[in-house]
Design a protein around this ligand. Sequence first.
Ligand code: BDP
Length: 329
Amino acid sequence: MPVTLSNFCKALVVTASLGMTAAPALATEWRGWNIHVDDYPVSIAMESFMKEIAEKTNGEITGKVYHNGVLGDQPDAIEQTRLGAIDFGEFSLGPMGQTIPETNVVSLPFIFKSIPQMYKLMDGEAGEAIGKGMEAKGLVPVGWYDAGARSFYNSIKPINTPEDVQGMKVRVMNNDLFVGMIESMGGNATPMAFAEVFQSLKTNVVDGAENNPPSYESTNHYEVAKYYSLTEHLIIPECLCVSKAAWDKLTPEQQTIVKEAGRTSADLQRKLWAEREKASMEKVVAGGVEVNKVADKAPFQDAMAPVYEQFLAANPGLTDLVNLIRNAD
Ligand code: BDP
């Protein structure tokens, strides 16, 4: 058969229709947002989430995870996911507080007593209440991920007391609550995108920041801020979230599959997290970081009283949720 334009077009039509019959009628390809590097626990768990969904839906729903924040910074990606321009993402509840007040409850410093306690509460009543608030704003949580505890690091000195933070320029995630947290210790808070922190530390635009060991290590912040002080002031859970817009297009069977895959991926992420935390600490110590334990955290906790007062005054409707977590064993 000679290759004429019309034959070529016919061939295209045949190929396309064959493709159509081979693929399920309502095949959907999701785009997923992730801020972390490819080998991060979150990244591996997100890949496994999509793989399980593709398998269990026989390819009706497939997806690609965009790592390293290439789809934009976090506050922006949260908005995009709420609006349905991104189909799913793995977010810290930290930067969500500006839009979803319920999530701010877990951004209150020292609200959880430990990581196991955080798991228990997020897998129970507290997670349900927070999840409802998220869903009302366009995000459907399908798995609570672990992000350990955040501690301060800086290029000047070890921090042992809240006074040590006085006058320090500290980068925080985009949320007024974290600005208040730093100011209550006399520091200067600078909200800034995660991707800009390395350069800002290097050029002394900020003196320090705060994060968990895997993020401190995977971003190389430890190379330019050598003092890591284990204040463990924030235990902020993270969420694997599906955009409500994408969720509402699923059949009930598909929704069940997505929920199950979310749970499996959270189990995997929590396991990988524990391993990575250990490996990251070893790596930063080998890289010359001076790690100090904080002997007495009570002065830090006391310094946070105004943060709680202001938060509860502005959000009286969240008092019960705050107390539920605060008074839990
Ligand atoms: C990491 C979180 C990530 C945040 C980042 C930050 O996993 O979602 O964007 O901290 O400090 O621990 O911005």
